[in-house]
Design a protein around this ligand. Structure first.
Ligand code: CP
Length: 310
């Protein structure tokens, strides 16, 4: 363990928003996700001792294929016990407060991974107790663990994050918010956002290069990234929203502008909407490797949040 790693090894650590994550911790989590991928591939038997004796809770009130499985698998691979709560399981459904729920769970769990449709502030109420680390596995405003997996994907593919040029095309949703917060931490990284009019990032982001059209696209990019037009758990009030989004579809013609760029998608995808099948399933798409990286990134997050030594 290096001195810097030792300084990180105090527990527990909450991951509620990337806006609160110190740059050194972001660097650590991105690099550590790549290390976890290598350790899993090598069958490292020491992984099973990382969280031995700990118990993690997984509380998802919204659907999930990747994130819930990634964190559940990560907890088990690191030797943690695991309790999984679905949307109807906790007494919050019968009126118990989030604050009381967090207080009770913190006496029994070491880690809690949470997905809700509510605000980060709701998770902060769960995280008010020092014995239990809380990880935001997607909230209304932000999807921080998606961005960590995305950056781990970049780290594994390019060997770096800083200096990369990323073009994000699509809604300014919680994935875009997290990606923006993460890439803004890298001084030489470029993020170009092209979001449909009326569907941009929330106001207040400093240093954001965002436009609401597909004109004058950057000459060179390393990554083209899009997300599903219907973000999980949300609906759009405008009945004509598909017309507004149509120019922002990623197809072969768009990708052909940057012959060396890779394509990323956080999934789930709707082929024919935000991306054509030829792009998503094509040779430049890392979308399914990106999904697998959610496991390795989740292992890094749980190790970090649990304050385990490495
Ligand atoms: N990208 C993502 O968060 O996928 P799930 O909704 O399946 O977890």
């Amino acid at each position: 363990m290096t001195t810097a790693d030792a300084a990180l090894a105090t527990r527990p650590r909450n991951l509620l928003t990337l806006g609160d994550l110190p740059p050194a911790d972001l660097d650590h989590l991105v690099a550590r996700g790549a290390v976890m991928a290598e350790r899993v591939a090598a069958g490292d038997p020491e992984l099973a001792g990382v969280l031995r004796g700990r118990v993690a809770g997984i509380y998802f009130t919204r659907t999930s294929t990747r994130t819930r499985t990634a964190f559940s698998s990560a907890a088990l691979r690191l030797g943690s016990g695991l309790i999984s709560y679905g949307p109807g399981d906790l007494q919050v459904n019968t009126g118990e407060t989030i604050a009381d729920t967090g207080r009770v769970l913190s006496g029994m769990l070491d880690l809690l991974v949470v997905r809700t449709a509510g605000p980060v502030a709701e998770m902060a109420a769960l995280a008010a107790h020092p014995r239990m680390a809380v990880v935001n596995a997607m909230s209304a405003e932000e999807h921080p663990t998606q961005a960590l997996a995305d950056l781990t994907t970049l780290q594994r593919h390019f060997g770096r994050v800083d200096g990369l040029r990323v073009l994000y095309v699509g809604e300014g949703n919680n994935t875009a918010t997290a990606l923006t917060l993460a890439l803004n931490r890298y001084p030489a990284a470029e993020l170009h956002l092209r979001t449909p009019p009326g569907y941009g990032l929330p106001p207040g982001f400093p240093h954001v290069n965002e436009r609401h059209d597909m004109d004058d696209l950057p000459a060179d990019v390393d990554v083209v990234y899009t997300t599903r037009w219907q973000t999980t758990g949300t609906t759009k009030p405008d009945p004509d929203w598909r017309d507004v989004f149509a120019p922002f579809r990623v197809d072969d013609d768009l990708l052909a502008r940057w012959p060396d760029a890779i394509f990323l998608h956080d999934l789930p995808a709707h082929r024919g909407e935000e991306v054509t099948a030829s792009v998503l399933d094509g040779p430049r798409s890392l979308a399914f490797a990106q999904a697998e990286n959610k496991l390795y990134s989740a292992m890094a997050v749980l190790e970090w949040a649990g304050g385990a030594r490495w």
